[in-house]
Design a protein around this ligand. Structure first.
Ligand code: CO
Ligand code: ZN
Length: 332
């Protein structure tokens, strides 16, 4: 993995519905390796690499990150917010945020009599350093979305960042595009609005009409203290999804991915996600049904400031994407 590419793609601003800056960064990286790169009406970034077989493989990785949308500003200049995607009020408090225009702020909460673990978004507010409503309104408007500020935490092979979900997968697809060779048309789709209900991937797949879709996202792991039972561990390879809340992956698609992995000596893990959906399901239910599977990157602490992945899994996922596009026979 090109670490500069990874850092640029993972750290750019891009909450659900406001992915353009993230899209621009990814576009700059993939454009030299593609025949065509464009945004569709919803903002999905679609990078096309032409082949000769007449078959289409789509990859989908979501560009959007979770955030907080401003719904009201009070007389003292504090901002009240609603979650964009699965944001925990408790995990928001004490953190630093940033708006698209660079406005910085911090998150705290109002009802100091409530137990901290019981606070809801009703009690959470942002302080952007303003003393009056007018002063706040010079910097921020209702409907603006703040994202959490986060640095990369390098821990040997493990790397934490707030936005590994799912920019790490965007980086993996971008990196794979550099060297992949395929007889098939490759559609790398960097999707919008996954975190608010997998809204972007379906319309993109409807237009592309791929013979196979492989989504890439993060999945939870069972290797931390007192974790609930989960089969997947960090550092043991990317996963081949069997099920999440949005999809049951057809056996033929799982076998296709596993077979490509085996041929290239890439270790993979089987994955059943206890909860949470992905673009995999949104694509599967498009048109008359589309063959859709998913490769996941094992990730600790999903939707917290320290989403942690293992670079060995990341590098193996790049190889696995490349291995999949080298297959002549696509699943049926
Ligand atoms: Co997520
Ligand atoms: Zn995700």
């Amino acid at each position: 993995m090109d670490m500069q590419l990874m850092q640029d793609i993972v750290s750019v601003y891009g909450p659900s519905g406001r992915e353009q800056a993230a899209s621009d960064v990814i576009k700059a990286y993939v454009e030299p390796y593609c025949d065509e790169v464009y945004n569709d009406v919803l903002g999905n970034l679609i990078a096309v690499k032409k082949g000769t077989s007449g078959k289409k493989i789509m990859f989908s990785a979501h560009m959007d990150q979770i955030g907080l949308i401003v719904l009201d500003i009070d007389e003292k200049g504090f901002l009240y917010v609603a979650p964009v995607g699965g944001v925990s009020p408790m995990l928001s408090v004490g953190h630093e945020v940033m708006f698209q225009n660079g406005t910085r702020g911090v998150v705290s909460y109002e009802n100091k009599t409530k137990k901290f673990t019981e606070i809801t978004m009703m009690e959470v507010f942002l302080d952007i350093g303003s003393s009056t409503k007018e002063e706040a309104e010079e910097k921020v408007s209702i409907g603006d979305i703040a994202v959490f500020v986060s640095n990369f935490v390098m821990m040997g092979k493990k790397v934490a960042h707030r936005t590994q979900d799912d920019r790490i997968a965007c980086a993996i697809v971008a990196e794979a595009l550099k060297t992949m060779k395929s007889e098939h048309d490759i559609y790398a789709v960097f999707t919008v609005q996954e975190e608010v209900g997998t809204r972007g991937a379906g319309p993109a797949a409807y237009v592309i009409e791929p013979d196979l879709n492989i989504s890439l996202d993060v999945c939870s792991v069972g290797d931390t203290p007192e974790s609930v039972r989960e089969h997947v561990k960090l550092g043991c390879g990317p996963t081949v999804k069997a099920k999440d809340s949005s999809v049951i992956v057809p056996m033929s698609v799982r076998e296709f991915i596993k077979n490509a992995a085996k041929k290239n000596n890439i270790a993979v893990q089987d994955e059943v996600l206890r909860a949470g959906g992905t673009d995999t399901g949104a694509v599967q239910r498009t048109r008359g049904g589309i063959l859709s599977g998913c490769i996941s990157i094992p990730c600790r602490y999903i939707h917290t400031p320290v989403e942690t992945v293992d670079m060995d899994d990341v590098d193996a996922a790049v190889k696995l994407v490349i291995a999949c596009v080298e297959e002549s026979e696509l699943p049926k």
